[in-house]
Design a binder for this molecule. Structure first.
Ligand code: SF4
Length: 590
C-alpha cells in the first residue's frame, strides 16, 4: 500500500521506509526487498539507508516501543531512574525486546522536550512530565495492551511554555500579509530589505541570509527542476526545542518565509525537513499547507501572479542528529544515508539533486517574514550591530520557569538567568552539546554572534550539579550520533567516551586528560564535519572551568600507569628455572 501510494521515485526511499515501519513496527528483509525492487535499487542500498537512522529498525521491536530521552537535563530530572522503574514493572531489560514481542524500552537522544521532561516517545508520540505515578500507569496500559488512541489524552499534551515574547513571538501578521507586500515591491526589493535587516541564520553559524539567497539566485541551474528552498526543522541539538514551538504556534510565518525565499530565488519547490521526533506535528502542518493552497498562498500563480508557482512538501527525518548539517540533510532528502558532503560545491550552487538550494533554519524563515512585512530597517534597530533582531532561547534545567524566551541579541547571561528564575546557577551550556560551557564568572557575556553565538539551547546547571557528568553525557551523545563516515570521528568519539567512562570509574590519570587533549587536536584537524570537530569541546571546557570535578575522578595526581614487562616475565623465568641477570629486562637490555 505504501509503494502504491508513493510510486517508484528513489528519493522517497526514506519516507517509504518510515511509512512501512509505521505499518509493520519494523523493517523485515522481505519488505526491504520489495521496496528495493519497486524503486530499482539494490537490497544492500536500501538496507544501508535503513540501518543509518536510529528510529528505523531491522530487527523486531515491541508493539509498544518506548524511547526515553537521555540528554543531560532529563538525566538530571531522573529520567533514567524512571526508565529502569518501567523496565522493572514490565519485567524487561533496557534495550531488549520482551519475549512476547509486546514491548521494548530503550533510550534515545534529546526529543526536544527538555522544558517538560522527563519525557519519552511511545510509538513516536511524545509523553512529557513523567512521574513515578505516570510510569505506573504506562506499565498498566502496556500490560493490558490498551491501544495508544485510548491512552489518557493528557499524557500527550505538549505545552508551549512561551515565557518571553518580543518582535517575533508577539507578531500577529495575517497569513499572506508579508507576501503581498513583497509581491508589490518585487524580488530585488525584497532581497534588499533582507540585506538591510542584517538577518543572519539562526542555526548557529550566523551566515547572512541575504547573501545566501543571492548566491543561490545567481547560481546557474544545470539540472531540471529549478532552485529549491529547504526549511531545516531538524533541531537535534540536545536542549533545543524553540523550533517545536514556532512550528506549533507560528507555522504560517515559517511557510511564508519559505515562499518569500522562493519568490526571491525563483524556486518552485520547497521542503520542510521535519525531525522524526516531531512527527506528531505533521498532520497539523499539512493542514496549514492545505489551507494556504486554498487561500492562493501556495501552488500555481500565487496570489494571482502569473508564473509564481511554488509548493512545499514535508519530509520526515528518522532520528539522526547529523542530518541537521545542511549537506547531510540534503542527502537525507534525496532518500540516502545522511552523510555530510564534501564542500565545495556548496548547496547554494549544487544542493538537492544538483540544483541550487537554499537551506534555512525555521527561526530564520519566520524572521524573514517579519522583515518582509515591516522592512529591514525596523528589524535592524533591534539587537546589536553584528547581531540584529532577536534570538529564541530554549531554556531548560535548574530554573523555576523553563521554556522559550525571545530576547534581543546582546542580552547577558545574567539577564536570562534572572528571567527564568535560576537560583545560584553554576554554569550554562550554551548552544547544546556542540556549544560552549559558560561559567559563573562569564555571566556578563552577551548572547550575540560577536560574543557567544548559539542555535538556541540554554541549559542551566545549579550549584550542586556535577559538570563532569554533563561533559560525559555530551560525549556519549557524540559517540552515539557520529555517522561513522570518517575514521577520526568514528573512533575518536568512542575513545573519548571510553576515557570519560574510565575517569568515572576512578581509574583515570593525568595521562588520560592529556590523551583527551591529543584526541581533540586530531578530531579538529581531520574530522569531515562539525560533529567530529566539536566532540571534545564539552570535556575541554569542563576541564578548563571545572577542573576539581575532573581531578576528583583521578586515582591520584601523580599516578603514572605503566606496564612492568620484567615483572610479567616472572612466571616464564620460574618455568624455565632461570633467574640470572640475563633473564631480566633492564634499562641496558638490548
Ligand atoms: Fe560523520 Fe563524524 Fe565524519 Fe561528521 S565528522 S562526517 S559525523 S563521522
Amino acid at each position: 500500500a505504501v509503494l502504491a501510494r508513493r510510486g517508484s521515485d528513489p528519493t522517497l526511499l526514506l519516507q517509504i521506509l518510515i511509512e512501512t515501519q509505521e505499518r509493520l513496527a519494523w523493517l523485515p528483509p522481505l519488505a526491504l526487498s520489495r521496496i528495493a525492487a519497486a524503486l530499482g535499487l539494490s537490497h544492500a542500498h536500501v538496507e544501508g539507508v535503513a540501518s543509518f537512522y536510529s528510529f528505523l529498525s531491522l530487527r523486531p521491536v515491541g508493539r509498544y516501543r518506548l524511547l526515553f530521552a537521555d540528554n543531560i537535563i532529563e538525566e538530571m530530572q531522573r529520567g533514567r531512574t524512571l526508565m529502569l522503574d518501567l523496565c522493572r514493572k514490565l519485567w524487561i531489560e533496557p534495550g531488549k525486546l520482551s519475549e512476547d514481542h509486546l514491548v521494548s524500552v530503550d533510550v534515545t537522544s534529546c526529543i526536544g522536550m527538555s522544558d517538560q521532561g522527563p519525557s519519552l516517545l511511545v510509538n513516536g508520540m511524545p509523553i512529557t512530565s513523567l512521574t513515578p505515578e505516570r510510569i505506573g500507569e504506562i506499565a498498566t496500559l502496556v500490560r493490558d495492551q490498551i491501544p495508544l488512541d485510548r491512552w489518557p489524552q493528557e499524557f500527550f499534551v505538549v505545552a508551549d511554555n512561551v515565557r518571553r515574547r518580543d518582535i517575533l513571538l508577539s507578531s500577529n501578521l495575517e497569513p499572506g500579509e508579508a507576501l503581498r507586500r513583497a509581491l508589490a515591491q518585487g524580488p530585488d526589493a525584497l532581497l534588499a530589505e533582507v540585506a538591510r535587516s542584517g538577518l543572519r541564520g539562526r542555526g548557529g553559524a550566523g551566515f547572512s541570509t541575504a547573501r545566501k539567497w543571492e548566491f543561490c539566485r545567481n547560481a546557474p541551474v544545470r539540472e531540471s527542476g529549478g532552485r529549491v528552498v529547504v526549511c531545516n526543522a531538524d533541531e537535534g541539538e540536545p536542549g533545543t526545542f524553540k523550533d517545536r514551538v514556532l512550528l506549533t504556534l507560528m507555522p504560517d510565518h515559517v511557510f511564508e518565509g519559505m515562499t518569500l525565499a522562493a519568490f526571491t530565488l525563483g524556486a518552485k519547490h520547497g521542503f520542510l525537513y521535519l525531525r522524526g521526533e516531531y512527527r506528531y506535528l505533521r498532520d497539523d502542518l499539512e493542514a496549514v499547507l492545505a489551507r494556504r493552497r486554498r487561500e492562493g498562498l501556495l501552488g500555481r500563480s500565487i496570489l494571482g501572479v502569473e508564473g509564481f508557482d511554488f509548493d512545499i512538501d514535508i519530509h520526515l527525518g528518522a532520528g539522526a542528529y547529523v542530518c541537521g548539517e545542511e549537506t547531510a540533510l540534503i542527502e537525507s532528502l534525496e532518500g540516502k544515508r545522511g552523510v555530510p558532503r564534501i564542500r565545495p560545491p556548496f548547496p547554494v550552487t549544487q544542493g538537492y539533486l544538483g540544483r541550487p538550494t537554499s537551506v534555512n533554519n525555521v527561526e530564520t524563515l519566520a524572521l524573514a517574514t517579519l522583515v518582509a512585512a515591516h522592512g529591514g530597517e525596523a528589524f535592524a534597530k533591534v539587537g546589536t550591530a553584528q547581531s540584529t533582531g532577536t534570538k529564541l532561547l530554549s531554556v531548560s534545567g535548574d530554573c523555576a520557569a523553563p521554556g522559550v524566551y525571545e530576547f534581543p541579541f546582546g542580552v547577558t547571561f545574567s539577564e536570562v538567568l534572572a528571567a527564568c528564575g535560576a537560583e545560584r546557577p553554576k554554569a550554562v551550556q550554551h548552544g547544546g552539546a556542540a556549544g560552549i560551557t559558560i561559567a559563573e564568572r562569564e555571566f556578563e557575556r552577551r548572547v550575540a554572534f560577536e560574543d557567544a553565538p548559539t542555535a538556541g539551547a540554554f541549559m542551566v546547571f545549579g550549584p550542586s550539579r556535577d559538570m563532569f557528568e554533563a561533559a560525559r553525557n555530551f560525549v556519549r551523545f557524540f559517540a552515539h550520533e557520529s555517522c561513522g563516515f570518517c575514521t577520526p570521528c568514528r573512533i575518536g568519539t568512542t575513545l573519548l567516551r571510553d576515557l570519560m567512562q574510565k575517569l568515572e570509574a576512578g581509574h583515570g590519570s593525568p595521562l588520560d586528560l592529556a590523551e583527551i587533549e591529543r584526541l581533540n587536536h586530531l578530531l579538529h584537524a581531520t574530522s569531515h564535519c562539525g560533529l567530529g570537530q566539536a566532540a571534545a569541546n564539552p570535556i575541554l571546557d569542563g576541564m578548563r572551568k571545572f577542573r576539581p570535578a575532573f581531578d576528583a575522578r583521578m586515582m591520584h595526581e601523580d599516578f603514572q600507569p605503566a606496564f612492568d614487562l620484567d615483572a610479567s616475565l616472572a612466571l616464564a623465568r620460574q618455568m624455565t628455572g632461570r633467574d640470572d641477570a640475563l633473564a631480566h629486562l633492564t634499562e641496558e637490555t638490548p
